[in-house]
Structures are given as structure tokens and as C-alpha cells.
Design a protein around this ligand. Sequence first.
Ligand SMILES: Cc1cc2nc3c(=O)[nH]c(=O)nc-3n(C[C@H](O)[C@H](O)[C@H](O)COP(=O)(O)O)c2cc1C
Length: 446
Amino acid sequence: MTHTIQPNNPEATPAPDATDIPAVSAPASSPATASPVPAALKRRIPKYSDLAPLMQFKKPEFSKEARLKRASTIWELRDIAKRRTPQAPFDYTDGAAEEEITLRRARQAFLDIEFRPGILRNVSAIDLSTEILGKSSRLPVGIAPTGFTRMMQSEGEYAGSQAAQAAGIPYTLSTMGTASIEDVAAAAPHGRNWFQLYLWTDRDRSLELIERAAKAGNDTLMVTVDTAVAGARLRDVRNGMTIPPALTLKTVLDASYRPAWWFNFLTHEPLTFASLSRYTGTVADLINSMFDPTLTFEDLDWLRETWKGKLVVKGIQTVEDARRVVDHGADGVILSNHGGRQLDRAPIPFHLLPEVKQAFTADNTKAAIMLDTGIMSGADIVAALALGADFTLIGRAYLYGLMAGGRAGVDRTLQILEKDMARTMALLGVSRISELTPDHVRLLNK
Ligand SMILES: Cc1cc2nc3c(=O)[nH]c(=O)nc-3n(C[C@H](O)[C@H](O)[C@H](O)COP(=O)(O)O)c2cc1C
């Protein structure tokens, strides 16, 4: 039986005429012999019954929950945060020191890798829990200390500590926190709260905070050592940043675009260094007095004798210093350059990590290795764990969530990171953090 092929489009398949007929007969597949057009490819006028299932016009949702749910990455939370926060506090958070080279490099370092996945592993159940400093954490990430957090969004430290409590991860309160040690402990009584100390040679001043932290149930003291002097945060200089933000013509204009931030700011308790309230100087005086350039390893020895809980040292930037603080009694090191906010062109913690891991393994050093700076996705965290980190901390990633939507925004940050980590591990073919090894990561550009 023969089929008569009716070309659908006479222009595309011209009707043969005498001049088109080749001297030699064309092979069956030649375009000259028109193929049959499948029925599904023939054009037709759409019917309503075809269109109806495709039409999904939903009422636009403007709620906070809907706004946060639309963000699938930390970068998208950052976009929302930027729209909702006045420029000066946003830049204070987002910015880094000098030319911001350190921060850019730290973020780029996580991108300059290639994962090496294993296939055909059973990854139906992913366990992201781990142990850090003698206790378990539901995720291998905690919240880093950040100062002035209620300036970014008025729920500040309360949002951070309560979100961490709900997620089953540690939360670190900064000495420069705008909620007190006691108030955070009361807000997140079942959370694992750590306290970050700016150590001073004025021992009475340090001692008071240490005792309050212990009394409030903090099991870990994190002493930050990369702040001999303040870094040059040039965005703050350009913005004429003051703490608290001053009502100038510029900020009043800015307020008209971000009414919710200003409404929250002006209708909540004014910003203070809540844990330092007995100091009566101006905020500027307090900031100046926060960093003590006279500190040495002897002060660390004093701290080790005084603080009975776990002691970790934050701001380690060389292998030698990692070894040295452990020799002086630290239970853990935090490889960090303060989120690029102190020394520009500082060592990148993710690059330093394999060297410190190697040194600790060679010396049989048991101290925990933690890392921060530049983490913007769960894949970054997985890469750090694979290269030897026991734990990671996030600063801006949670602050972007906070500025995007208060407590719910911090919850969203942690959800995004958790989902990222679980997916990355499944695609790598590992079910547990202990199965991650340096073989899962290849460093590009090395
Ligand atoms: C706005 C802001 C305030 C910070 N305040 C403190 C602080 O008071 N004490 C401290 O040890 N580190 C502080 N840090 C540094 C963080 O603890 C952390 O090292 C850094 O944010 C990690 O980099 P990331 O932001 O890329 O995650 C701050 C960081 C930011 C962004």
C-alpha cells in the first residue's frame, strides 16, 4: 500500500517539477523525498480544553513568608535584604576592609573547586549531624558572632539565637552584641549558646563577662584575636556610618524607601552594647576600647586558666599560630579572617584549611578545626568539611536572612543551607559527614 504524503508546508518542501528531478534517483533519506509529518507536529488552532490546565494565574502574594520562600539561595536573600535595609547598615554588613579583596577571594576560593562524586551509593537517607567540642549539632554549621545585630534588623540577636535553637546548632553572641548575655540565654534557653570575647589586658573587664557567660550556661568561649586594631571599612567611611544611624537628610530620604526598617528601628528599645551596659562612655568610645593592641599569648594563658569550659580561638591565619594557640590550651581553632573585615589580602581560610589539617594530623593534635569567611551555600560547607574542617560558621549568610525577614529570614537561611548540603552530599554519593574525604574535592587553579 502506498501513502500519499501531503506536504504541510509547500514552501519548505517544494513540489517537484521537471528541473528538480535529479538525474540519479536520490537515496530514501534525501530531503528531496519529503518525510511524512507526524500528526503531533501539524499546526492547529488551540482549543480551550488544551489551554485550561496550563492557566495557573495565582493571586500575587506579598507576605513575608512568600517573599522568603521565593529566595532559593543566600544571594537571593541578600537581594531582598538590600531592598529592605537602609544603605548604611546594609553596607556595614555586606562590606569588608579596604578594597574588599579578601572577601572576594574567600568567596571565589569555594567556587574554584570541582567535586568528585561517587555513583551508585545508597544515598536515600542523608545525616547532616556532627559533633563539635564534645556535643552534637544537627548541622555542621553554627552562627558566628556579629556585633550591632539589632541595627541590621530589630529582632537581631534574638532572631539568631532562636533560629539556631530551633535548628539544633550553636549560636555565638558577640561582645558587641545588642542583646545581653542573660537576655539571649532567656530567649533561647534550650539552645547551645557560645560567647565571643574581645579580650582586654584590663582583666576585671574581661572577667566580668566571662563569669556572666558561664553563669548564663554558655559552654564555649570564643576569643577573637584578629582585631589588634580596627580594619578600614571604607564603605562605612563613605556612607558617613554612625552607630546608631543618625537622622540626617540622607537617611531620612533613605527611610522613605525602607519604611518598615525605620518603623521597627524607632519603635524598639534603642541600640546599646547590652553586655557592656556598665560602661558609660559614648558608643564611639566603647568601640575604640573594644580592640586592645597590647594583647599577647600570656593573656591567652590567663584566659585558659580562668575559663573552665571549651575555649576556641577565632582569627587564626597561619599554620604556626594554629599550633601555637593549641599549645596554649585552646580546644579548637577558627580559621577566619573576620569575613575580610580586618586585614585586606589576608590568607583565605579555605586555602589554609588543608595545611592546618595536615599539621594537626601529623602532630596528632586533637583540637577542633573550624572555618568561616565567604560561605554562601551549603556546597561551600560540604567542600570545607571534605577538606578537613570539623565545623563551619556563617556571618553574613545569616545576617542577609535577618535583614530579609527577621527570625523567619534566619530560618530561611538555615533551610537553604540544609537543603544545599543534603543535595550536595547525595550527589557526591555520601550519606554521612564522616564519609567526606579530601578525594571528594579537586582544587582548580592549583
Ligand atoms: C556585620 C558583622 C559584624 C561582625 N562582628 C563581629 C564581632 O563582633 N566579633 C567577631 O569575632 N567577629 C565579628 N564578625 C565576623 C564574623 O564573626 C565572621 O568571622 C565573618 O562574618 C565570617 O565571614 P562571612 O560573613 O563571609 O560568613 C562580624 C561580621 C560581620 C559581617
